[in-house]
Design a protein around this ligand. Structure first.
Ligand SMILES: [Zn+2]
Length: 252
């Protein structure tokens, strides 16, 4: 029966082992079916939608691969331009490593804050302040592409829904893993919370050190930049002060 079924199949497949589907595998041609069966992979015929998704995914992966190769070349050229020899032992793999690191530092472009928050919204009648403080933050300033890093403190007052606490930390990553200025980063995080969660109010304070001030230019090692933004009832002095007092207290 199995052989008969295989005999009737043509075109693309997705691979399946027990209940695990290898949806990201390349399209498998009919000629490979027998070999696959020998290594315990069952080819399952794709419907048209799955096929289209597979082809689009392959194309996107290919584009990403080409972009990565280009970035590696750029880093290799950069090494030459600063007077280095990209061929010397210590630098042999540096362009690849730097390209990989840059991809990581800018992964926020491939994510949306709304999706991150929406994935963990829970109906809840709690309507007191929820505060997550000291969320580590690492970003790159868009003027020099040098790091700035510090902490974000975020609070909101629920209006029927709460969000998984780790999602607030994740949200900071979504917007900070891009080229940024601290002022815009502050507003983007706050606006996303306000628009997605629709709380009675939201608040954020970011404090950060900027390497472009420390390593170059004015070379000030100890300056900290603080930015803040508030919506809804955090615009009231009492609520705002309660938030500001809470983030200054050293608990735990
Ligand atoms: Zn800068």
């Amino acid at each position: 029966m199995y052989k008969l079924l295989l005999g009737a199949l043509t075109g693309p497949f997705i691979l399946q082992r027990s209940n695990v589907r290898y949806a990201k595998q390349d399209i498998v041609q009919f000629s490979m079916v027998k070999q696959l069966k020998r290594i315990n992979l069952t080819p399952v015929p794709m419907n048209l939608n799955q096929w289209i998704i597979q082809i689009v995914t392959c194309q996107i992966n290919r584009v990403e691969e080409l972009k990565n190769q280009k970035l590696v070349e750029i880093y290799r050229d950069m090494l030459k331009m600063v007077g280095e020899d990209p061929g010397r032992e210590g630098l042999a793999k540096t362009p690849e490593r730097a390209a990989k690191a840059m991809e990581f530092f800018t992964q926020g472009y491939r994510l949306t804050g709304k999706e991150v928050l929406s994935s963990a919204l829970f109906k809840e009648e709690y309507s007191e302040m929820v505060l997550v403080k000291d969320i580590e933050l690492y970003s790159l300033c868009e003027h020099h592409m040098l790091p700035f890093f510090g902490k974000a403190h975020i609070a909101y007052i629920p209006n029927g829904y709460i969000v998984g606490l780790s999602k607030l930390a994740r949200l900071v990553d979504v917007f900070s893993r891009r080229l940024q200025v601290q002022e815009r980063l502050t507003h983007e995080i706050l606006n996303c919370i306000q628009e997605t969660l629709n709380p009675l109010g939201a608040a954020i304070v970011i404090e950060a050190r900027h390497m472009c001030m420390m390593m170059r230019g004015v070379q000030k090692q100890n300056s900290i930049t603080k930015t803040s933004a508030f919506t809804g009832i955090f615009r009231k002095v009492e609520t705002r002060n309660e938030f500001l007092n809470l983030i200054q207290s050293d608990s735990i």
